[in-house]
Write a protein that binds this ligand. Structure first.
Ligand code: ZN
Length: 391
């Protein structure tokens, strides 16, 4: 057992009911879990002591929605979109072709590099989906690779219908042979319920089959327009309905009445020039909200949770504190860490310049690498020196 104490913490974000944010604090982390927190001066002895020197310590980000297993690049599509071309679900096929063509070693290398990039920015829990091979062997391989980095893996065979298939025949494959092969390597099942992808009956068939195989449903819903995805998530008791860009009052009340998390992914609206979801409306209705990157090459090629927090504050009506909560505790509701203490404290940031550093700087100073240390594999590592390693 190794215990590490962080002392002289100007601001310690804990999300505890009584003291969600402590000042002049100390914290002891033992085997990846918070063992003690209180005033800095009272910090008990530990194997290692790190003087944060007036920095801020926050919980690790929980990135509850990523598509990290892919090859290729869609910079040309991004450029065209910024010049006015509309986003349609079909662009996914470009990445499917590149991913199918990549060797397993190449995919593993790309995945490890992206994973390290995301941890170095303070993410300590990450969900990773399959969904860029759309055949039995490729989807299985994607999930096996993802599983080597995180237990939070999601089978997304139903991302889009691959060329040469009818939607119904492909759903039969996804809910049959593909599910049987993939389920041992997945915790969650997901479907893209949208015009151009899968309709509500097909999405229901996919999620129901996944449930029967022991996976927990989540869904890509209401991204490109109003649709039935959010209602389906509530009907099936999904962990999360992600995107939630276009919501009617009935969708919001359905979310508020269930424990389904509304997963907001503002990197997508940034990169597709779509309107941002209205987080304020969701929070005021009592809906649980999470923020995640949706890191993928087509519609949100960012691994920065801090960037997503900044967008949520600037464009979606969230306060900096609400955004940090949604990116740490909010995500813990949605994937993985539901019912489990999120993995210790995460980033230690020390914004320079005048003024007291605080978690507000994450949104206030977008694009600046504020995270200095990350707790990973039981050690506080300098962000710049992180090896490829499981979160
Ligand atoms: Zn996605």
């Amino acid at each position: 057992m190794t215990a590490t104490a962080l002392v002289n913490v100007a601001e310690l974000v804990t999300w505890e009911a009584e003291h969600p944010i402590r000042h002049h604090a100390g914290v002891v982390v033992e085997d990846g879990r918070v063992a003690w927190l209180g005033d800095s001066a009272d910090t008990p002895a530990a194997d290692e002591v790190i003087d944060v020197a007036g920095g801020t310590v926050i919980p690790g980000f929980v990135d509850s929605h990523t598509h990290l297993v892919f090859a290729g690049d869609r910079a040309a599509e991004f450029t065209a979109r910024m010049a006015g071309q509309r986003y349609e679900a079909g662009g996914i096929q470009t990445t499917v072709a590149a991913t199918r063509a990549a060797s397993e070693a190449e995919l593993a290398r790309l995945l490890a590099a992206r994973h390290r990039e995301l941890i170095a920015q303070g993410t300590t829990t990450v969900e990773i989906k399959s969904g860029y091979c759309l055949d039995v062997a490729g989807e299985t391989r994607s999930l096996q690779l993802a599983r080597s980095l995180t237990p939070e893996t999601t089978f997304l065979g139903a991302h889009v219908v691959p060329p040469g298939w009818t939607a119904d025949a492909y759903v039969e494959l996804v809910t049959g042979e593909m599910l049987t092969a993939c389920a041992p390597f997945a915790r969650w099942i997901d479907v893209f319920c949208e015009t151009g992808a899968f309709d509500v009956d097909q999405a229901r068939a996919v999620l129901t089959a996944g449930k029967a195989a022991g996976l927990t449903p989540r869904i890509h819903a209401n991204q490109l327009g109003h649709g039935p995805g959010v209602q389906l998530a509530c009907e099936l008791g999904a962990a999360a309905a992600d995107h939630c860009t276009y919501l009617k009052d009935a969708d919001i009340s359905a979310l508020a009445e269930t424990s389904v998390v509304a997963g907001l992914l503002p990197g997508v609206e940034f990169a597709t020039r779509h309107p941002y979801p209205d987080a304020r409306r969701l929070l005021e209705a009592g809906v649980r909200v999470s923020l995640a990157t949706d890191c993928n090459p087509g519609t949100s090629y960012t691994s920065s949770m801090a960037f997503c927090l900044a967008l949520a504050v600037r464009e979606m009506g969230m306060t900096p504190t609400e955004a940090l909560h949604a990116g740490t505790r909010g995500g813990a509701w949605s994937p993985a860490a539901r019912g489990r203490r999120s993995p210790g404290a995460g980033g230690a940031s020390r914004p320079g310049g005048a003024g007291r550093p605080s978690h507000v700087h994450l949104a206030y100073r977008p694009g600046v690498p504020l995270v200095r240390r990350v707790l990973t594999a039981d050690r506080w590592r300098p962000a710049a020196e992180l090896p490829d390693c499981p979160a």
